[in-house]
Design a protein around this ligand. Structure first.
Ligand code: ADP
Length: 326
């Protein structure tokens, strides 16, 4: 089970941190993937734009290879049971631990005029999303590690108090380590909401991709063989490892170690490989997004699958809590 907020176009971080794993999981597991529209409400978006943004995320997920016939691909707000489970879990979540969450502290710093209770309890809603399907594996990027740890705490408290209902959810990645795709300016991770120019979106056109990659921070190169790489150079190598062939990466790695690296050439190569990677996804997402009828059908089908699983879990929860007394 996993989700992505409809807060803008998907970027390379979303792809390598999350969607790539969704696509690989769909053949092996029973999967639930949602567009997390309720989560996006914490930052008070213009809700008139939500529909378009939800369609965008759905289209991009499908363009990346997610098959709505294999998984439940749905919209969070269509599953009302989420709100009920969120309420129960809120009774087991403590103010102190919620206030310590890194994402809460960041958001509170960025928007001091909008520190609402939804923002504070964001990890509780996220835990409800996951355990609503009694999910075990949660494909997410590295930035979500702390939230997953909190979800496990809530689950353990629930199980301890009311009996074993939920498995402990764990962050999952086929490549073992969780992924963090760095932003092109070397400052933090690529993100939908920050550093637009340092983030590569799956919707960027070829020229924009080239421009962004060429602007990535470099320097005049190492002067001593085998010098440790500065962060921003390591980031460029990391991006290259994601989209370029192994021998290409090895060549530039060798050039770096021998102090003959030409960053201009490296970035040109990276830009072309990035264009090759992003273009087919962008083109397919564009054509899916224009088919509203298809997207509506997908959402209905996904919600039906998710609702079935959610209702079964809620029955177990009410039984365990002793609430089924009518
Ligand atoms: P964003 O942070 O861009 O708004 P979301 O919060 O909607 O994205 O996250 C959706 C998924 O994408 C999550 O699983 C998250 O861990 C992953 N993700 C987001 N940014 C990155 C990144 N730069 N590197 C790796 N994974 C990422």
């Amino acid at each position: 089970m996993s989700g992505i907020r409809p807060t803008g176009y998907l970027h390379l971080g979303n792809y390598f941190g999350a969607v790539r794993n969704y696509v690989r999981m769909q053949d092996e597991f029973e999967c639930y993937f949602m567009v997390a529209d309720l989560h996006s409400l914490t930052t008070h978006p213009d809700t008139k734009e939500l529909k378009l943004n939800v369609h965008r995320v759905l289209s991009e997920n499908i363009a990346c290879g997610l098959d709505p016939d294999k998984v439940a691909l749905y919209c969070q707000s269509h599953i009302y049971e989420t709100a009920e489970l969120y309420l129960y879990l809120n009774m087991l979540a403590y103010k102190g631990e919620l206030e310590k969450t890194v994402t809460f502290k960041d958001k509170a710093r960025q928007h001091p005029d909008n520190i609402n209770a939804g923002l504070l309890t964001y990890p509780v809603l996220q835990a409800a999303d996951i355990i609503l399907h009694r999910a075990k594996y949660v494909p997410v990027g590295k930035d979500q590690e702390q939230h997953l740890e909190m979800a496990r705490n809530f689950v353990n408290r629930f199980n301890h108090r009311y009996g074993d209902v939920f498995p402990e959810p764990i962050a999952f990645n086929f490549g073992d380590d969780l992924v963090k795709v760095p932003s092109l300016d070397g400052a933090g991770k690529m993100s939908k909401s920050e550093n637009q120019y340092a983030t590569l979106y799956l919707s960027d056109d070829d020229e924009l991709i080239r421009k962004k990659v060429m602007k990535a921070k470099t320097d005049s190169g190492p002067t001593e063989p085998n010098t440790p790489m500065p962060d921003y150079i390591e980031n460029i190598f990391l991006l290259m490892k994601l989209v370029s062939a192994e021998d290409v990466v090895a060549k530039y790695q060798g050039d770096y170690n021998n102090c003959i690296i030409r960053y201009g050439d490296m970035k040109k190569q990276l830009a072309e490989d990035m264009v090759k990677f992003i273009t087919p996804i962008r083109e397919q997402a564009d054509s899916i997004r224009n088919d509203e009828k298809y997207l509506k059908e997908i959402m209905e089908k996904g919600a039906a699958k998710a609702r079935k699983s959610a209702k079964a879990t809620i029955e177990l929860v009410r039984d365990a809590m002793g609430l089924n007394y009518y």
